[in-house]
Structure formats: structure tokens, C-alpha cells
Design a protein around this ligand. Sequence first.
Ligand code: FPP
Length: 240
Amino acid sequence: MTPSEHVDNTAAPQHVAIVMDGNGRWARERELPREQGHQHGRIKLHDVVRAFSERGVRYLTLYAFSTENWRRPSEEVEGLMTLAAEAIKQDAPRLHQEGARLVHLGRKDRINPDIAAAIDRVVDMTKGNTGITLSVAFDYGGREEILEAARTLLRDDITPDDVNESTFASRLFTNGLPDPDLIIRTGGELRISNFLLWQAAYAELYFTPTLWPDFGPEEVRKALDSYAARKRRFGALDGE
Ligand code: FPP
């Protein structure tokens, strides 16, 4: 029996989404360039996915690059693109072996065509897997996603009476994924930063000062314990 089989998963959230913040400060504290912070952040990805999967989480969504991140200095943007390529090369095959299904959320028309093609390949390669669904938000912005869904509804000639939560949600990048139950933000800031704006309607929020490169299995346990202690009411009263 592996250690994970001792864990009580009954109160695990089905879907956890994470704003991975604090790479730059982690690097600064060590007098390293910011890129090294992102590099260490990338190295954590695999262990964190595994830790959530072992605790019974079925969907994990990571905010890796926002529509606003294009405004960073070009060397930092290029560094993040290189890391994405590395993650696809090194992490995706391991995750595939472990049965993970990979999904991309966001635009693909602005990123390097080689990276866009590599994303398509790993999504296709893992589409039949039945383990954790790992969605990577890359060139993703919540407002843009909502606007694009509205444009698609108009292009699809939907009549106003047919616009409802279901027809709208089916035009979002997250079509087919459940809404997140728990959104975690590392790095101490208390904001949502244009992440999953529609989908976050009833999510529990968890903020930790821990910087992303320091976020490991022990932090995963703390976040899930905090979630398990909460009472979700979805706008109703207790007991309804
Ligand atoms: C925020 O930290 C983090 C990012 C903008 C990038 C997140 C990316 C990774 C964790 C790894 C890379 C993975 C892929 C797939 C590209 P920050 O730079 O805003 O930190 P700071 O607030 O301390 O400056």
C-alpha cells in the first residue's frame, strides 16, 4: 500500500486552480535573476500535480502566462516561452505515463508557432488518459475569454432567449471542465488577476504567503485541509 492510499479523499475538491505567484521575489531573496525564479517554479510543477492527484483531485488548472504578462520585459517573456517549451518536452511525457490528460486554456495565435504545435501534440497525445486533467492557462485572460464567448454566440446566431449559463459556458476555453471548487494563490497577494472570472463564481479562495517555488506537498496538504473545513452553501442557507 502506498502512503497516498492512507489519505482520506472524501472531502477533496474535484477541481483546484492555482495562481502561481512569487517566482520573482523568490529569486530576488536569493540575489538571482527573475528567470531563475521561474525556472525553479517550473521544476515544482510535476511534484505539485502528483500531490494533488494523490489527494483525490481530478482537475488541476495552473495559471502559467496571462494576457497581461506580454507587458513584461521581452527577455522575461522569452524566458517564460522557453520554460513552456521545456515543460512540454520534459514534464508532458512523464505526466502522460502517469495517466494525466493535458488541456490548454487560452489563445494560441500569439505564441511561437512551434510551441503552439507542441501544445497541440501533447493535448492530442493525452486526450484518452483517465487520470488527473491538468489544464495549463497560457496566454489566458478571463475577460478576453468572456468577450470571445460573446462573439462566438453572435457568430453562432444564438437568439437572446437561448443565451443561458449552459450555452455561454460551452463557448469558454473551459468547455467540458467543471468549475473550480478551490482557487489557490501563492505569493501573498489577495487578488484574482483576471483568472477564471466566470468559473470562479462559487469557488473557495485560499491565499498563502508561500512563494510558488516553495509550494510543495506540505503546502498542498494545508490548502486541502483548509478547504475540507469549509462549509459551502452556494448562496443557500445551511441545511437547504
Ligand atoms: C508569477 O510570478 C509567475 C508567472 C508570471 C509565471 C508562472 C510560471 C511558472 C510557475 C513556471 C513556468 C511554467 C510554464 C509552463 C511557462 P511573478 O514573476 O509575478 O513573481 P513576483 O510577484 O514575485 O515578481
